[in-house]
Design a protein around this ligand. Structure first.
Ligand SMILES: [Fe+2]
Length: 372
């Protein structure tokens, strides 16, 4: 396996990467009725009536290789598993080939065991979207989306069928507490990245794109996200396939478009959205990042990658808390909803089932008043 220092660009890197309380229940519809007329009211179609206490997540899973880590996920008894992209290595414009690769994952006993153990949600990244580092120019985006939604068993009637891309909200509420999971699409609408081009000021594949008209999420997804951030929730988990909270390192991430990352922070602040925690994948190592925000609460990003893929060089980041995890890993967010101010524990767990990193915080620490 060739190391990153020998690579010459994104295509070469691609080839290496190919070789990520139950509480009293009330009808969700009643809550919607109570809030009827609010511009950002919850939507009934995707509201569920129990609130997960353990949310596991991971990314970067080669369908052609065993994934024993999934049994370690099951041992943690998650209420939900979020696939963060590169869930298969599709890398094709041939939809029969893409489907066959999903089928290969679906036939794996360890995947079937996880599917039996808890509900799954998913976003895609480049390889399951269809091409390494691809954005809006990938020609088979609609066909690939159809395969994606079918494999991940998107319920009939889901709003995901009604708009371009796979962005989506899932709400879990018992009438007292609400968990919101916001699934972002970082591929369908993304404009072109700018190559580093061996400029010594930059490293690896990409430099920041300083053209502020370039978009990562696209207008429709930004409008949707702003609306959803105005909806009431106690904890909001934002799933982004590419990393959000780390320091620039030249690989794909929100650092490719700093104005879009700034827009995310500004949108969270303007909507007064409390309780945001990011989860991400893609890079083939695990880490927890903390970004301090002026006049706001700190933004955490728990990166879990990969489920059975790894990488030779872990990039430095001043925003990293604790150690990075080079071994195959997954993430776990545990919430103790029984407390007046719920305890939120962010964990990185390795392929041996060993906890390698942990951050504990109170949900009250994720409010805008902190830092003001
Ligand atoms: Fe990726």
């Amino acid at each position: 396996m060739m190391g990153p220092t020998h690579q010459v660009g994104p295509v070469a890197r691609c080839s290496v990467r190919l070789l990520s309380m139950k509480r009293r229940l009330i009808a969700a519809g009643a809550l919607v009725a109570l809030l009827g007329g609010c511009a950002a009211a919850p939507t009934a179609a995707n509201a569920r009536s129990t609130v997960p206490s353990r949310i596991a997540f991971g990314s970067c899973a080669d369908q052609s290789s065993p994934q024993p880590i999934l049994y370690k996920v099951i041992e943690r008894n998650p209420d939900l598993f979020v696939y963060l992209g590169d869930n298969i290595y599709g890398d094709t414009e041939d939809m029969a080939e893409l489907q066959a690769k999903y089928d290969e994952l679906g036939a794996r006993k360890e995947f079937q065991a996880l599917r039996e153990a808890c509900p799954q949600l998913a976003v895609w990244d480049d390889h399951d979207y269809g091409a390494n580092d691809a954005g809006r120019h990938y020609p088979m985006k609609e066909e690939s989306k159809a395969v994606f939604l079918d494999f991940w068993r998107e319920p009939a009637g889901s709003s995901r069928f009604d708009h371009a891309g796979i962005y989506h909200e899932e709400r879990f509420t018992d009438g007292e507490r609400t968990l919101q999971v916001l699934l972002l699409d970082t591929r369908t609408f993304r404009d072109d990245l700018v190559l580093a081009d061996e400029d010594p000021r930059f490293k690896n594949d990409y430099r920041p794109n300083l053209n502020e008209s370039a978009t990562l999420l696209g207008d429709a997804q930004w409008r949707w996200l702003e609306d959803r951030l105005r909806a009431p929730a106690d904890l909001r988990v934002i799933a982004t396939s590419i990393q959000f909270g780390h320091e620039y390192n030249g690989w794909e991430s929100w650092t490719n478009m700093p104005h879009e990352r700034d827009r995310m922070i500004e949108t969270i602040q303007r909507t007064k959205a409390n309780g945001v925690v990011f989860i991400s994948g893609d890079v083939h190592w695990g880490e927890i990042s903390r970004q301090d925000v002026p006049n706001g609460y700190p933004l955490y990003d728990v990166t879990a990658s990969g489920l059975n893929r790894d990488w030779d060089v872990i990039e430095p980041s001043s925003r990293r808390i604790g150690e990075a995890v080079a071994e195959h890993n997954f993430g776990l967010i545990e919430i103790d909803w029984t407390l007046e101010d719920p305890l939120v524990t962010l964990r990185a767990i390795d392929v041996a089932g060993i906890e390698r990193n942990r951050v504990e915080l109170r949900l009250g620490a994720l409010t805008r008043s902190v830092g003001l």
